[in-house]
Write a protein that binds this ligand. Structure first.
Ligand SMILES: *Cc1c(COP(=O)(O)O)cnc(C)c1O
Length: 387
């Protein structure tokens, strides 16, 4: 079968795919139809946290698929409950709602924030402030939440009730935070926006301000969560606790999952019939996520931190690199003159897969990659940049 041509014919043309057909994967490597090997520094956009087809993860998923594949949320299942308990005990959250993607998790978080405010203050306190250059998803509401004009096109009317302020500008936020505001939503490291980490003082000031005004702080950790930045949640590195945290990408280890974690005062906002999902908390997905969480212990996280430092030391001062941004194994590389897209294309030719974010190279390697594997792949990148 001519996969590429058939894809173009039958799959809606929303993706500008790289010219590469992946047929199998193992650890940090994947293979095309000719058997050529690639070191994958994208992990399916931060999803394959344990790499491709991790043996124990695949065993857990397969065993669950043979035992109980799906029930809907009309019934209790153990994997869902175990995952909820694990997530809450590991993060300090009180409760969780399971969705199927990052956008859906963010939709859930916005619902929680608006209902919290409605229950307490009544109608009209429903605005969510988000940051310029943010990315929160592709549904009509999460596009509206995304603070980039390029996403606010074609699909009018967008959901009302979003305002955007510049990252790091506490005064601008205070100006916008009138009595109609119920929540502020942030990414600790803006992923799609160019791998830009928030300033520590700003985040602390934001937490304090939201507390004073009873505005809920929503942390979109869809990309930063589940070990990516060297702590289980990026909020830990920033030393704050949000009111709501959303997770997705890396949580399932390769299966679609989203989660809305609520803390403290947000814990009992959502009651019977306020939200739901047919697939949410699916047993197979939860069995995979449980294996991901089981593996990401303190030693694993220390290793991620070490590898994050290793990447930065390796790239520091290299030819063609203007700046390295991000946190842990979420890496942004600003180039001095080369175009990120060209560098990525050359990487594919030489067997290394990389992402872009705005005009930067973005690396989201599987968290299990070894320093040696990482070093070899970065040597290829450095070689391309030096040409
Ligand atoms: C990827 C991403 C989303 C959207 O997740 P989907 O699973 O594609 O819906 C939302 N927020 C952030 C920060 C993301 O990186």
């Amino acid at each position: 079968m001519d996969v590429k041509a058939t894809d173009k014919k039958y799959v809606m043309g929303t993706y500008n795919r790289f010219d590469l057909l992946i047929v199998a994967g193992e650890g940090c490597y994947c293979f095309d139809e000719k058997g050529k090997r690639y070191t994958d520094l994208t992990s399916g956009i931060g999803v394959n946290s344990l790499g491709y087809c991790d043996r124990q993860w695949a065993d857990a998923v397969a065993a669950q698929a043979r035992t109980l594949n799906h029930t809907s949320n009309l019934f209790y299942t153990e994997p869902c409950v175990k995952l909820a308990e694990k997530l809450c005990t590991r993060t300090g959250a009180s409760k969780v709602f399971f969705a199927n993607s990052g956008a859906e998790a963010n939709e859930g978080a916005i619902k929680v924030a608006r209902k919290y405010s409605f229950d307490k203050y009544g109608k009209g306190r429903d605005t969510v402030i988000t940051l310029k250059n943010s990315f929160h998803g592709r549904t009509i509401t999460t596009l509206a939440a995304t603070g980039q004009d390029v996403f606010h096109n074609y699909f009018f009317p967008f959901t009302q009730g979003f305002r955007y302020v510049e990252s790091g500008d506490m005064e601008a936020l205070k100006r916008e935070a009138d009595d109609s505001v119920c929540a502020v939503m942030i990414e600790f490291v803006q992923g799609e926006g160019g791998v830009i980490a928030q300033d520590m003082e700003y985040v602390k000031a934001l937490r304090k301000f939201c507390d004073e005004r009873d505005i809920l702080l929503i942390a979109d950790e869809v990309q930063t969560g589940i070990g990516r930045t060297g702590t289980l949640l990026a909020s830990e590195s920033y030393g704050i606790v949000p009111d709501i945290t959303t997770l997705a990408k890396g949580l399932g280890g390769g299966l679609p999952v989203g989660a809305v974690l609520v803390y403290g005062k947000a814990e009992n906002v959502m009651g019977f019939s306020s939200h739901g999902s047919t697939f949410g908390g699916n047993p197979v997905v939860c069995a995979g996520a449980l294996e991901v969480l089981r593996r990401i212990d303190d030693a694993f996280l220390d290793d991620v931190k070490r590898k994050g430092v290793f990447v930065r030391e390796k790239l520091k001062g290299a030819k063609g690199i203007a700046e390295v941004s991000g946190l842990g194994l979420m890496v942004g590389i600003k180039l001095t003159d080369k175009n990120a897209k060209d560098v990525i294309a050359k990487g594919i030719e030489r067997g290394v897969l990389m992402l872009s974010a705005k005009d930067r190279i973005r690396l989201l390697p599987p968290l299990t990659i070894t320093e040696k594997q990482l070093g070899e792949a970065l040597d290829v990148l450095l070689e391309i940049l030096a040409e």
